[in-house]
Design a protein around this ligand. Sequence first.
Ligand SMILES: [Ca+2]
Length: 253
Amino acid sequence: MNKLSFVKQLTTVAATATLMTVGMSIARTQTASAASITNGGFETGDHTGWTVVKQENSGGDRFITEGTTTQLTGSSIPNPTEGSFFSVTDQGGPGSYVLFQDIVLESDSSHTLSFDWFAQDYFNAGVSDAGNMSKDSFPNHHFRVDIVDTSFTDWFGPSSSAGVLANLISPTAEAPLVEGFNNATFDLTAFSGSTVRLAFRNVDNKGFFHAGVDNVQIQSASIASVPEPTTILGLLALGGAGFVSRRKKQAVK
Ligand SMILES: [Ca+2]
């Protein structure tokens, strides 16, 4: 081996080692967690991290339960899907209830929301949607899940769609007895860089209605672009070392 070939080999080894280090840095960046849900499984045994709002003169409330039966009426319900507790509505008369939490969705990240739910219409009265969430509009009997703006407070007003950014679960009701929870997954990446309000809502005025929620989670991952290999080599040649944190769109300007 002549001297020139030996130097070339050394250069290749050094560049490969540098690329491996760069790759590890990028991998760590991509697995970083961002947004999170507080007490998404209700395992504190209460609604810590959540806000519960109920329409005035509602005949029930949201309760933390271990499953099997509801607190007020003793209706049969499923067991939790995660841990020991979940949140459920129960009532002795017409009512409307909201369970919400604000979620910070960092920019430059993807965000996938998932949760488990059921909407047991205990007398099999059937879904009714009056176009609002007021218990005083008869018939009005359903469960829905929305993403709303953080300033949204019109929970029971005449237009349930005003300020709704996305409807995740359309107005629905399930015939009794529900056998278990449904799992739902939604991509919230479109809202990256903002704070949104996740709202579980149900109104009932046609009989007992049990809206269960458990295992609310959000998975986030960086979507910062990975430089192309040729770009990496070019930057290495220039002696650049700070490019890992730079966005691809900045590098190609
Ligand atoms: Ca739980």
